[in-house]
Design a protein around this ligand. Structure first.
Ligand code: LLP
Length: 446
C-alpha cells in the first residue's frame, strides 16, 4: 500500500512517494508507513542485520533478466558481474539463462562457485596477468576478450587446445549522454583502435597463432547511455571491420559483442535506455550493415550490468544525528557513506533517498545526507527534501544502489563493508555477511 492509497484525497495533487522507475519492482509501503521490498519491511532487515546494509530484490533482478531475454530473443545476454556479483547472483544469472562477464580471478571463482557453466563465461580486463589467463583457460572459459598485444603473447604460450577469443576494439564513438562515461573513443586505455589499423594488426597476429580461435569483435562504448543510436553506429563500424578481416584473411567472424552501458534512472526525470528501442536500433543496424558488406549476420552478444542489478538494490542507513550549520544547511549524518557508496565522490552520482521507517508526514526540510567518513566530500544525497522532524534512529533507504556499490566498496576508516541481504516473497536471507573488525585485523601481520 502506498501513501496515496492511505490518503486518497492527495491523489492527483502530489506525486507517488516512491517512483516505480527507480525503486525495486516489488517496493511497497505498509500500513505503518514502512517501506517494504519483496514484501519484507526494511525496518525488519535493519533490526535483523543492522545498518548499513545492502538489500537486494531477487524478483527485481530475475524479472529484468527475463525482460532482456524477451526483448533480445536472437542475442546472448551476458550479465556484467563487475556491477554486482555474489555466488547467489551468479546462480540467478545461470538459472535465468544468461552468460556472465568477469574481469578478475575472484569474479571468475565466484561465477564458478555459483554454478555458471564455464562455457558461458566471458573474460575481460585491460591488464590480464599471465596467471589469470592460464587459470581462465584451465577452467574452460567460453570467451577471452583480448585487450592488449601482450595478451596475445601470453595466450600464444598458454593455449594447448582451441580457445575462442574476441578482440576488444574502440570504434571511436563519443557518447555525450547525461553523466555518461565514455570508453568507446580511441584516446583511453581499453581495446585496440580501429583507427590506425591497430585492431587489424592484432587480428593478423591472432589469426597466425595456433589454437587462438578468433570468433568475433567486441566493443563497450561507455556507461549510462540512454540513446540507442550510438549502438547502431557501433554495429556499423564493427561489421565494417569484420568485413575487412574477411577480405584480408578470408576468415568469417561470427560473433559481435557490443558490450553494456545501458542507462538507468537514479533520480526522478533521469533518462533510461529503452530495451525495446535498443533492440530495434541494433537489429536495423545489423540488417543494413550486413547487407551493405554482404556479410553473414553474426551472433549478437550484449553485456548489461547496471540495467539488471542497479534497481534491484536499496541501501539502508540509520540516522546518527542531524545538524544545522550557521550557513543554513542541514546535515543528516548516517552510519555509512563513501565506503559503501563511492559513486557520489567518484562520479558525482545523484541518488534518491526516502524515510523508510514511518510516513514522512508534516513539513519538510531541505537537507544533505552525509556519511560517517573523514572526508568533506563524503555525501550521499545533496539537497533532498526530508521530513523536518527527522532524527537519530530514523531509517533511510537509498534507491538504485545494486550496481557498482557492493562491488566498489572500500574499508576506508577501517569501516567493515555492509552485508548483502536478499529479499523475496516475504523472506530475507544473507548473501554476504558484514565485514567485521576481526576480518580487517586478520590481514594485519603486525
Ligand atoms: N562490458 C564491459 C566490457 C564493461 O567494461 C562494462 C562496464 C560492462 C559490460 C557493463 O556496463 P553497464 O551495463 O553496467 O554500464 N564504475 C562505474 C561503472 C564502470 C563500468 C565499467 N564497465 C560506475 O560506478 O558507474
Amino acid at each position: 500500500m502506498t501513501l496515496l492509497d492511505i490518503l486518497p484525497s492527495l491523489r492527483g495533487t502530489t506525486r507517488p512517494r516512491l517512483d516505480p522507475n527507480i525503486w525495486p519492482l516489488t517496493t511497497g509501503v505498509d500500513e505503518l508507513g514502512r517501506i517494504t521490498v519483496g514484501r519484507v519491511a526494511l525496518t525488519d532487515i535493519a533490526d535483523q542485520y543492522r545498518t548499513p546494509a545492502y538489500v537486494l530484490g531477487e524478483t527485481d533482478f530475475r524479472t529484468r533478466a527475463r525482460r532482456y531475454r524477451a526483448a533480445l530473443p536472437q542475442a546472448a545476454v551476458v550479465y556484467a558481474g563487475k556491477s554486482l556479483l555474489t555466488t547467489a547472483v551468479a546462480r540467478w544469472v545461470a538459472e535465468e539463462g544468461l552468460g556472465l562477464d568477469v574481469c578478475s580471478a575472484a569474479e571468475l571463482a565466484t561465477a564458478l562457485a555459483g554454478g555458471v557453466d564455464p562455457a558461458r563465461i566471458v573474460l575481460h580486463g585491460n591488464a590480464k596477468s599471465c596467471d589469470e589467463l592460464r587459470n581462465a583457460i584451465d577452467v574452460g572459459v567460453g570467451r577471452i576478450v583480448i585487450d592488449s598485444p601482450m595478451e596475445i603473447t601470453y595466450l600464444a604460450g598458454l593455449v594447448r587446445r582451441p580457445q575462442p577469443v574476441l578482440i576488444r576494439v574502440t570504434p571511436d564513438i563519443d557518447i555525450h549522454g547525461h553523466r555518461a562515461v565514455t570508453t568507446g573513443v580511441t584516446d583511453q586505455k581499453f581495446g585496440f583502435a580501429l583507427a590506425d589499423r591497430r585492431a587489424a594488426r592484432a587480428a593478423a597476429r591472432i589469426l597466425a597463432t595456433p589454437n587462438l580461435d578468433l570468433v568475433g569483435l567486441h566493443c563497450h562504448i561507455g556507461s549510462q547511455i540512454s540513446d540507442p543510436a550510438p549502438y547502431g553506429e557501433a554495429v556499423h563500424r564493427l561489421i565494417g571491420a569484420m568485413a575487412d578481416i574477411r577480405t584480408e584473411h578470408g576468415v568469417l567472424l561470427t560473433e559481435l559483442n557490443i558490450g553494456g552501458g545501458h542507462g538507468v534512472p537514479y533520480v526522478r526525470g533521469d533518462a533510461a535506455l529503452d530495451t525495446g528501442a535498443f533492440a530495434a536500433v541494433v537489429d536495423d543496424a545489423l540488417t543494413t550493415a550486413c547487407a551493405a558488406e554482404r556479410f553473414q549476420r553474426p551472433r549478437l552478444v550484449v553485456e548489461p550490468g547496471r540495467a539488471l542489478s542497479a534497481r534491484a538494490g536499496v541501501t539502508l542507513y540509520r540516522v546518527c544525528g542531524v545538524k544545522s550549520q550557521p550557513g543554513g544547511r542541514t546535515f543528516v549524518a548516517v552510519d555509512g557513506g563513501m565506503s559503501d557508496n563511492p559513486r557520489v565522490a567518484l562520479h558525482g552520482a545523484k541518488y534518491t533517498v526516502a524515510l523508510a521507517n514511518r510516513h514522512p508526514l508534516g513539513p519538510s526540510v531541505v537537507a544533505t545526507v552525509v556519511g560517517r567518513h573523514c572526508e568533506a566530500g563524503d555525501e550521499i544525497v545533496h539537497d533532498v527534501e526530508l521530513p523536518a522532524d527527522i532524527h537519530a534512529g530514523d531509517l533511510l533507504a537509498v534507491a538504485c544502489t545494486g550496481a557498482y556499490q557492493h562491488s566498489m566498496a572500500s574499508t576506508y576508516n577501517m569501516v567493515g563493508r555492509p552485508p548483502v541481504v536478499a529479499v523475496r516473497d516475504g523472506a530475507s536471507r544473507m548473501l554476504v555477511r558484514r565485514e567485521t573488525t576481526a576480518d580487517l585485523l586478520s590481514r594485519d601481520r603486525g
